[in-house]
Write a protein that binds this ligand. Structure first.
Ligand SMILES: [Zn+2]
Length: 277
């Protein structure tokens, strides 16, 4: 059975713990859970929305948690931001229970999507740059875990939309390059986002490239080694909030559109093609 982060969360019992490292406002806001949940972020301002879990401001390399107390570690789009990386991984290894699980999603640090992100946001806080095999080996060795499943994460280039929201703020204090981007109209940004979304998927379909791939989601467990399987990629990604879903489980709202499971808005739907599952 393929690993799924929502299943992993739902399976935890009421006395078990999730630690969401570099959580921002919370990694999976729509997840159903009965376990205990601690979200950690070094920016307390990230905790703006009303949530059902405990929150603490802190650093990934100084986790305020006892040894071997965490059943599921979540590091969702955050490991690329966390420094120092070695100490952060050592802390994650320390707090994970024997038999615990670990979910990590990171960008491909050499992808088109990440290149545009770094360009637009002047690095955007991505202090660690990963290749797929390197990050798997690193996490397996440092956390004493084994990869049991993984899938591709595709991009909706949602950060272009978020950039426009940032520039719309009353008195944005922004570097010069961002302000230049702000001269373009909002509709131009929306057009660029949609063009990248559809265009990269069409090129991938024709040329078997991975231009629309943002990164990967990895599922690790502290169990004896067994072969890891590639699972369905999150090919369909919301243009408005960036939440992804696999094509097979996407809620269709039309022949060429589907509905976001996070914000309920609709966006273009893609069937899996050659080099995606
Ligand atoms: Zn959405």
């Amino acid at each position: 059975m393929p690993a799924d982060i929502y299943d992993w969360i739902a399976q935890l019992k009421s006395d078990q713990w999730v630690l969401d490292v570099g959580s921002g406002p919370g990694s999976f806001p729509r997840a159903e859970f009965s376990c205990r949940w601690l979200a950690l972020d070094d920016d307390a301002r990230a905790f703006t929305t009303k949530v059902r879990y405990s929150r603490v401001a802190g650093k990934g390399h100084q986790l305020p948690v006892r040894d071997g107390s965490i059943d599921l570690l979540i590091c969702h789009h955050s490991l690329e931001h966390l420094a120092p990386l070695d100490e952060t991984l050592a802390e994650m290894a320390r707090v994970l229970k024997p038999g615990g699980k670990c979910y990590i999603s990171v960008p491909n640090g050499y992808s088109l999507c990440d290149a545009i992100y770094r360009l637009v946001y002047l690095g955007g806080g991505h202090v660690n740059r990963f290749r797929k095999d390197e990050v798997i080996r690193l996490v397996e060795q440092r956390l004493n875990v084994r990869l049991v499943g993984w899938h591709k994460l595709y991009s909706s280039f949602v950060y272009l939309r978020k950039l426009m929201a940032l520039l719309d703020a009353p008195h944005p204090v922004l570097p010069r390059r961002m302000r230049i981007i702000g001269w373009f109209s909002r509709s131009a940004a929306g057009f660029a986002q949609r063009t990248l979304y559809v265009g990269t998927r069409l090129l991938d379909r024709w040329w078997r490239t991975d231009l629309s791939v943002y990164g990967w989601a990895f599922f690790f467990e502290r169990i004896p080694a067994q072969p890891a399987v590639e699972q369905s990629g999150y090919l369909n990604v919301c243009l408005y909030c960036g939440t992804g879903q696999a094509a097979a489980s996407a809620t269709r709202s039309g022949w060429l559109s589907c509905r976001c499971r996070n914000c309920d808005r609709t966006y273009p739907y893609f069937r899996p093609f050659r080099n995606t599952l």
